[in-house]
Design a protein around this ligand. Sequence first.
Ligand code: ZN
Ligand code: MN
Length: 274
Amino acid sequence: MQTPPTGEVKLAHLDAHTFADWISSGTPTVLVPVGALEQHGPHLPMGTDAILAERIAREVAASTGALVAPPITYGYRSQQKSGGGDHLVGTTSLDAATLIGITRNLVRGLLDQGVRHVVLVNGHYENYQFLYEGVDLAIRDLGLEAEDERCVLLLSYWDYVSEQTLDAVYQGSFPGWDVEHGGVLETALMLHLEPELVRMDRAVDHEPAQLPRFDRLPVVPGRTPATGCLSAPRGADAAKGRLLFEQVTRDLAEDLTAELGRRPASSLAAERVG
Ligand code: ZN
Ligand code: MN
């Protein structure tokens, strides 16, 4: 049987027989990154949300012995107050029923094959409640009860940014996670992880968008800054991205280990080699 290379974390790179062995040999955990295809201003790629969710999931998987499923690279409709809006060119979205359906199918399929824990690592603000609904339906499909060892965790990665990191990165000017779209967080993380995909020469600078407390539909396009960024990437650099990435992935790995139990990353490779 094929031996997975040491440190392999991508589920799609394993053959099915190796995957089956892995499922039956511990407490298998699969992380599913979820993002969007969404405009992120002139300096960041449209795949930013999925790229960041996947990189965070891969880092966490490497330190916990989990595997990372191929990401869901489309997300729920971009909303004006958190992503600029679905009317903007470059944003290609799913409706709620579709995202719920995809989530329900993936979660049910993984748990049904014997994966013990599924962790959805979300990177697109608007996705969260629809992922929750998809998970809830999958749990009902399988008839899982609270005492069942199989379970699903769901999180958005920015909820792991600590107060200390927030102070260090924003130095008192944190605009709120909803308008962190094309701003400091995503830009700094991308500069650390995928610098060749960032065009800082095209970065804009303006104050965070001032949007009403209500949502209005149809959207009034002029309320979204013409740049497509809801806040500016002013002050973002790779060092801040590294700080964010290392703190978030460390705390997330700790949380998963505490909640789901540890399966040392080295054991997968060690078993095969031995
Ligand atoms: Zn984003
Ligand atoms: Mn987004």
